[in-house]
Write a protein that binds this ligand. Structure first.
Ligand SMILES: [Zn+2]
Length: 243
């Protein structure tokens, strides 16, 4: 039945003269029909056709808008997740390094350009170059101290095994409180506990254990170097002396 056929029923409804059977018919139509429902409930519909079009238009307009909104929402969620992950990654790496850097600092510095007392220790390459008349004392987070004397080149690396100090040349002294690792030329010195290691790097490498003990690994061979002994080798040399 067309909407126009319901108009008399709507009039009857408004006049309170609608029968039970007519009301049922009208109700079942108004459930489906917005216009007739509006008319029945006293709404104004000056132009029936237009309203229907408008309702349809609104529907067809609102669907793409809804889809676009959902897409934008999903996109925003993805962007937020990506940013949060990156921030977490970044702060994960950053929150560990500054923790070390804040405590690991330059304790004393003598004539080394660009290095100041209380500077946080720089990690990675190129590290520190101590000039001929310079000296730097670094303090590590556990109270260990690294003294780099004149003409020394060294760098610090924050490795998963702990702090590793790489000495390229010169003379260094390591006073470890709770152990540490030093790479000297081709050798790796694993100092355990309270240990003092002196490294002289001239034409040959001399590793002296002044206090405590260490393991020195070179060319796949690992040896214990005890307090008072000296481990020497020439770079490229296969021979190693322990005195
Ligand atoms: Zn209708």
């Amino acid at each position: 039945m067309a909407c126009s056929e319901y108009e008399p029923l709507i009039e009857k409804h408004k006049a309170g003269a609608i029968t039970e059977e007519e009301r049922k018919r009208l109700d079942s139509h108004t459930k489906e029909c917005f216009e007739c429902r509006t008319l029945r409930d006293g709404g104004i519909l000056p132009e029936r056709g237009r309203v229907r079009e408008r309702v349809k238009k609104n529907k067809s307009k609102s669907l793409p808008v809804l889809i676009a909104a959902v897409l934008i929402f999903v996109l925003v969620i993805i962007v937020v997740i990506v940013i949060r992950n990156q921030v977490r990654k970044g702060s994960g790496a950053a929150s560990e390094k500054p923790k070390l850097q804040q405590v690991d600092r330059v304790l004393e510095v003598l004539r080394v350009p660009g290095v100041k007392r209380d500077d946080p220790i720089r990690f990675g390459k190129p590290g520190y170059e101590v000039p001929g008349d310079g000296r730097v004392i670094f303090e590590l987070k556990d109270g260990s101290r690294v003294t780099a004397y004149r003409d020394t080149s060294l760098s610090f690396d924050d490795t998963p095994e702990g702090l590793n100090t790489d000495v390229k040349r010169g003379r260094c002294e390591f006073r470890f409180k709770s152990g540490g690792r030093v790479t000297v030329g081709e050798a790796l010195v694993d100092a355990g506990g309270e240990t003092t290691v002196q490294v002289n790097f001239t034409d040959k490498v001399e590793i002296r254990i002044l206090l405590g003990g260490a393991r020195v690994t070179r060319g796949g061979k690992s040896r214990a170097v005890l307090e008072g002994s000296t481990f020497t080798f020439k770079p490229g040399d296969s021979r190693t002396d322990i005195k």
